[in-house]
Design a protein around this ligand. Structure first.
Ligand code: NAD
Ligand code: TYD
Length: 336
């Protein structure tokens, strides 16, 4: 397969490129990425010279650039490109609407005009809204009820993808995944920020009471699920990808403190996120029953591997945490 991966220089996209190149020795990857603050070619340094990998720097909202990439005749487009951080979407939602909605429409349209390109769209469990403690997990039939500008823009994109299947028969699939953690995660998200802060001997900012729940999945397991859906998923279908690992944010912080031999004084409660979703959880029976997928990495192993990766790659995150990142951090945590 020749796969056009959009957003391949980000956290999950780069993990996916490593996964495909390692597991499909015949496959070719074209990585199409605008290199926003979240895109980092250092994530792909190990494959940069691989003859089956190439990089195309462009924006998915640039229709001419997208047409040029589609003219390279990929068999499939796998779309990771997005603005992804909820806190940034609360500060300014404009880039979210532009990339996550208009960008997806431009990709879909290019695929439709080229004809017969398999389109897989990466989405999130956040489109389903927020659960109460005893609610059953979300599944593929849960109505969409997004509550942040980020999740609203992702929900809009999913609906467009579905519409292109119904209206034009574009061969699409969608996956809605729970929270990921693992190597190459930008240090503004929970794991990336907390681990790197602790390695710098700084406190970790826990929003509100810290009892919000997320379902955590190791990024490589997410990539394996995407790969299966791309090759064997039923067209027009959505698949939920979950980690079977619901944890409060405080539990994550405490687990990290234990792994790094630090005490509770490193936890700092800070102001809560506005409209903070209380709980996400996913039922992934459909994926398990149809394609035989289950997460392979236990929470304990994934956490240990992730901490080890950040310890071994200080250069990677120290570069990010200097410069422009400082401005974001000051705005986000003015009390620090
Ligand atoms: P990320 O923020 O780490 O990376 C996003 C990538 O997209 C970057 O390389 C960036 O340069 C690129 N990009 C952004 N706007 C672009 C544009 N207009 N044109 C071209 N490239 C652009 O994101 P991530 O955490 O790797 O998430 C990838 C996808 O997975 C997103 O669609 C996200 O909604 C979804 N997702 C993420 C999680 C998670 O926990 N991180 C969970 C479920 C779903
Ligand atoms: P995040 O990684 O931003 O993912 P999402 O909001 O998309 O689920 O946050 C995960 C959880 O961690 C979420 O409940 C917010 C919380 N959180 C903190 O408590 N402190 C932080 O500094 C960050 C970034 C997140």
């Amino acid at each position: 397969m020749k796969i056009l991966v959009t957003g391949g220089a980000g956290f999950i996209g780069s993990n996916f490129i490593h996964y495909v190149l390692a597991n499909h020795p015949e496959d070719i990857i074209i990585n199409f990425d605008a290199l926003t603050y979240a895109g980092n070619l250092a994530n792909l340094a190990a494959v940069a010279q691989n003859p089956r990998y190439s990089f195309f720097k462009a924006d998915i909202t640039d229709a001419a650039a997208v047409s040029e990439a589609v003219a390279l005749a990929p068999d499939a487009i796998v779309n990771f490109a997005a603005e992804t951080h909820v806190d940034r979407s609360i500060m300014d939602s404009s880039a979210f609407v532009k990339t996550n909605v208009l960008g997806v429409q431009i990709l879909l349209e290019a695929a439709r005009q080229a004809g017969n390109i398999r389109f897989h769209h990466i989405s999130t469990d956040e489109v389903f809204g927020s659960l109460l403690p005893h609610d059953p997990p979300f599944n593929e039939n849960t109505p969409y009820a997004p509550r942040s500008p980020y999740s609203a823009s992702k929900a809009a994109a999913d609906l467009l993808v579905r519409a292109y299947f119904t209206t034009y028969n574009l061969p699409v699939t969608i996956s809605n995944c729970s929270n990921n953690y693992g190597p190459y995660q930008f240090p503004e998200k929970l794991h990336g920020l907390f681990i790197t802060n602790l390695l710098e001997n700084k406190k970790v900012p826990v929003y509100g009471d810290g009892l919000q729940i997320r379902d955590w999945l190791y990024a490589t397991d997410h990539c394996e699920a995407i790969d299966l859906i791309l090759r064997r998923g039923r067209l027009g279908e959505s698949y939920c990808i979950g980690g079977a690992s619901e944890k409060t944010n405080l539990a994550i912080a405490e687990h990290l403190l234990k792994l790094l031999n630090l005490d509770q004084s490193y936890i700092q409660h800070v102001a809560d996120r506005p409209g903070h979703d209380r709980r996400y959880a996913l039922n992934f029976d459909k994926l398990k029953n149809e394609l035989g997928w289950e997460p392979k990495t236990s929470f304990a192993d994934g956490m240990q591997k992730t901490v080890a990766w950040y310890k071994a790659n200080t250069d990677w995150w120290q570069k990010i945490k200097s410069g422009e990142y400082q401005e974001y951090y000051k705005k986000q945590y003015p009390q620090k």
